[in-house]
Design a protein around this ligand. Structure first.
Ligand SMILES: *[C@@H]1O[C@H](CO)[C@@H](O)[C@H](O)[C@H]1NC(C)=O
Ligand SMILES: *[C@@H]1O[C@H](CO)[C@@H](O)[C@H](O)[C@H]1NC(C)=O
Ligand SMILES: *[C@@H]1O[C@H](CO)[C@@H](O)[C@H](O)[C@H]1NC(C)=O
Ligand SMILES: *[C@@H]1O[C@H](CO)[C@@H](O)[C@H](O)[C@H]1NC(C)=O
Length: 433
C-alpha cells in the first residue's frame, strides 16, 4: 500500500469507474462562463467519495464528479442541499465507514451551518436534514472539513471533523468526541481519505497527514492540480485513456497474497480491489521499476510476484514495495523449464504449481521441484488467451473484452466446448460501457 500512497498518482492518467474521456477545458471551451474551472486553482468547500467510489469535489453551488470533466450544479445531484438551505455551499462532507451498522455504511454526510444531511444512492435519507447535535453530539457547527477514518487507521471507526486548527475525533460506536489541536497543519477547507492516506486541502494545495498524530512527512504542500484532477500543463502525464469496455484487452492479471488484484495492459497497470476509492491506473514501472516494456503473463506465488515478458522472468518480493530478487530476470527456460511465448499464467489458492498457457496448450510446472519440470501438458479448447486468474471461485480466462469461467484447471483443459463468454464490465475494469 505504501507505494501507492507515496506515489499517489498518475491517478490522473487514469481510468476511473465513472471515467469519461478527459476534456480538461470543456467548461471553458463551450463558452459557458458561469461554470468554474477547477484547473484555475480552486479552494474546495468539501470533497468526498460516494458509495461507488466516485469522488465529488464541491465549491459554492457546483461540484465536480471524479477526477476529470467539467463542473455541474450540485443541486442536480443533491437536490435538497439547495432546496432547504439556499446557501449554495456545503461546509464539509464525508462518507461513513461503519461496518457495525450497515444502515449507515457508505452513506454520504453533508454539513451546512448547523445541519447534517445523509444521502445514500444520491437520495436524501428519511428524517434529514437534522441538527448536527442530534446525529453527532459534541461536534461543532460551521465546520471546515470532515473525513472518515476506519478502524485500523484510527482506533475505532471514526470521523475527523476540522474547525480552525481543532480536530474533533468522533468515535462512531461510542458517540464520543476527543479534540486535538494541530496548529502545524494548514487550515483545511476539505479533507479526503484516498487509498488509505489522508489529505487536507487548503487553497489549491493539499497536505498529506497522519490521521492519528497529524504528522506531516514529506515535501508538502503540493498543488492538487498535479494529482487530484486532470489539468492541461499539470500532472505527470501518462498515456492511459479511458477505453470502451468492448475495446479492453489486458495482458495479464493476478491477485497477490494480500488480496491485491492487478490487471496489466501495455505499460499500465490497474488495481482492481480498490473499488471503494475508484479504479486507478499507474505506470508499471512505478511499482516494478525494471519491467519497462509491459508483460506477457503474471502470477503470484507465496509472497512473490512473477512477471513474464518475452523469454525473461522477473521475480519480485512483495513487502511495502516490490523488490526484484537478486539474479533476476532469468530466462523462462532456466526458471520454469519451458520455452516459447507465454500467453497467460496462474496459480490457484493453496496450490504449488503454476499453469502456463501457451497457444492452445496448458502446461503445469511444480514450483517446489528443482529443477522445474513440466508435470502436465494438456490441449486447450480456447485459443488466443490474453490472461487468466484463479481464485477460490474458480478460473477466469480473459480474451479481448470477454472472459470465460471454469471451476478448475482440469475443467479448463478438459472442456470440449467453450462456455458462454461474459463481457468485461465498467465495474470490473473502469471502462466505459
Ligand atoms: C439549481 O440551482 C440553479 C442556480 O442556483 C437554479 O437555477 C436551478 O433551478 C436549480 N435546479 C434545481 C433542480 O433545483
Ligand atoms: C438508486 O436510485 C435509483 C434512482 O435514483 C433507483 O432506480 C435505484 O433503484 C436505486 N438503487 C438502490 C440500490 O436503492
Ligand atoms: C501552495 O504551495 C506552494 C508550495 O508548494 C506555495 O508556494 C503556495 O503559496 C501555496 N499556495 C496556496 C494558495 O496555498
Ligand atoms: C457483450 O458485448 C457485445 C458488444 O460488445 C454485445 O453485443 C453483447 O450483447 C454483450 N453480451 C452480454 C451478455 O452482455
Amino acid at each position: 500500500m505504501e507505494l501507492f500512497t507515496k506515489t499517489l498518482f498518475l491517478c490522473l492518467a487514469l481510468a476511473l469507474a465513472n471515467g469519461a474521456p478527459v476534456q480538461p477545458d470543456a467548461a471553458v471551451d463551450d463558452g459557458d462562463a458561469t461554470l468554474p474551472d477547477r484547473c484555475d486553482g480552486i479552494e474546495f468547500d468539501a470533497i468526498t467519495p460516494d458509495e461507488k467510489g466516485i469522488t465529488f469535489f464541491f465549491k459554492g453551488a457546483h461540484l465536480w464528479k471524479g477526477y476529470h470533466g467539467p463542473a455541474q450544479l450540485s443541486n442536480e445531484s443533491f437536490k435538497e442541499l439547495d432546496d432547504i438551505h439556499h446557501i449554495g455551499h456545503v461546509d464539509a462532507a464525508f462518507r461513513m465507514h461503519n461496518k457495525d451498522n450497515l444502515g449507515d455504511h457508505d452513506h454520504i454526510y453533508f454539513f451546512l451551518d448547523d445541519k447534517v444531511f445523509s444521502y445514500y444512492n444520491h437520495t436524501l435519507e428519511d428524517g434529514y436534514p437534522k441538527e448536527i447535535q442530534e446525529d453527532f453530539p459534541g461536534v461543532p457547527t460551521h465546520l471546515d472539513a470532515a473525513v472518515e477514518c476506519p478502524k485500523g487507521e484510527c482506533q475505532g471507526d471514526s470521523v475527523l471533523f476540522f474547525k480552525g486548527h481543532d480536530v474533533h475525533f468522533y468515535d462512531i460506536a461510542t458517540k464520543t468526541v476527543k479534540t486535538k489541536t494541530w496548529s502545524h497543519l494548514p487550515l483545511c477547507t476539505s479533507a479526503l481519505r484516498w487509498l488509505e492516506s489522508y489529505y487536507c486541502f487548503h487553497g489549491h494545495n493539499f497536505t498529506k497527514f497522519h490521521p492519528v498524530s497529524g504528522e506531516v512527512t514529506g515535501p508538502y504542500p503540493k498543488d492538487a492540480r498535479n494529482y487530484f484532477m486532470k489539468c492541461l500543463n499539470f500532472g505527470h502525464g501518462g498515456d492511459y485513456k479511458v477505453r470502451k469496455c468492448s475495446d479492453v484487452k489486458i495482458d495479464a492479471i493476478t491477485t497477490d497474497d494480500e488480496g491485491k488484484t492487478y490487471a496489466f495492459a501495455g505499460t499500465i497497470f490497474m488495481r482492481l480491489d480498490t473499488h471503494r476509492d475508484g479504479l486507478h491506473s499507474f505506470s508499471i514501472t512505478r511499482a516494478w521499476k525494471e519491467v519497462t516494456g509491459g508483460v506477457d503473463a503474471v502470477f503470484s506465488y507465496t509472497d512473490k510476484i512473477y512477471m513474464i515478458k518475452d523469454d525473461q522472468v522477473y521475480i519480485y518480493k512483495a513487502a511495502a514495495h516490490y523488490t526484484l530478487i537478486e539474479g533476476y530476470p532469468k530466462t523462462i527456460k532456466e526458471e520454469l523449464g519451458i520455452e516459447g511465448h507465454v500467453d497467460a499464467a496462474f496459480v490457484c489458492p493453496n496450490e504449488h504449481r503454476v499453469h502456463l498457457i501457451q497457444g492452445r496448450k496448458i502446461r503445469s510446472v511444480d514450483l517446489t521441484a528443482t529443477p522445474r519440470t513440466v508435470t502436465e501438458d494438456l490441449p486447450l479448447p480456447l485459443s488466443d488467451i490474453d490472461a487468466a486468474l484463479c481464485s477460490a471461485e474458480g478460473i477466469k480466462v480473459y480474451k479481448g473484452s470477454q472472459y470465460y469461467e471454469y471451476e478448475s484447471p482440469m475443467l479448463l483443459a478438459m472442456s470440449r466446448i467453450a462456455p458462454v463468454p461474459h463481457n468485461i464490465t465498467s465495474g470490473m475494469m473502469g471502462c466505459q460501457e
